[in-house]
Design a protein around this ligand. Structure first.
Ligand code: ZN
Length: 165
């Protein structure tokens, strides 16, 4: 299991590198990330959140939709998006901060699975939302970056968001 990196940690702002080797080490990293995500009661976790600057995230929305399970997405790339939806987001790296964020409601995603197999798939609903949040992590972007300044100030005044992050 891994320790969560929190806002202010420079690894969260770093551009991640693509994964080129699909070996037992990668499988172990994926499994450890899934265990960590479950322990922290998250529905998604990106590699930088546990200190790895690589293009990997895991998602498990089975707490919302029973028939879903944990999935790994390697080198994910959003190739198309549509619609708009406002939903409340949170992040394991920014404890106790939750706020509304508008994002496209659907996406078409290219990604590689843990066996090195490439896929293209459409997602909507919570899968699309969580994937967009996690893919932002792979590009050094945090959901609070989307908040208007007055909302950021409110969270800063509560002491839940650092002054510089
Ligand atoms: Zn997050």
């Amino acid at each position: 299991m891994y320790k969560i990196r929190y806002i202010g940690d420079p690894v969260l702002r770093r551009e991640t590198r693509p994964i080129e080797t699909f070996d037992a080490q990668l499988e172990k990293t994926i499994n450890n990330m899934i265990v960590t995500m479950h322990r922290e009661e998250g529905i998604g976790l990106a590699a930088p959140q546990v200190g790895y600057s690589i293009k990997l995230c895991v998602v498990d929305i089975s707490s919302i939709y029973e028939n879903e399970g944990p999935r790994a997405f390697i080198n994910p790339l959003i190739v198309e998006s549509w619609g708009e939806e406002t939903l409340e987001e949170g992040c394991l790296s920014i404890p106790d901060v939750r706020d509304d964020v508008s994002r496209p409601e659907g996406i078409r995603l290219q990604y590689t699975d843990e066996n090195g197999q490439g896929h293209e798939e459409r997602f909507d609903g919570w899968m699309a939302r969580v994937l967009q949040h996690e893919i932002d992590h792979l590009n050094g972007i945090l959901f609070v970056d989307y908040l208007p300044p007055f909302k950021r100030r409110i969270w800063q005044q509560k002491g839940l968001l650092p002054e510089n992050y």
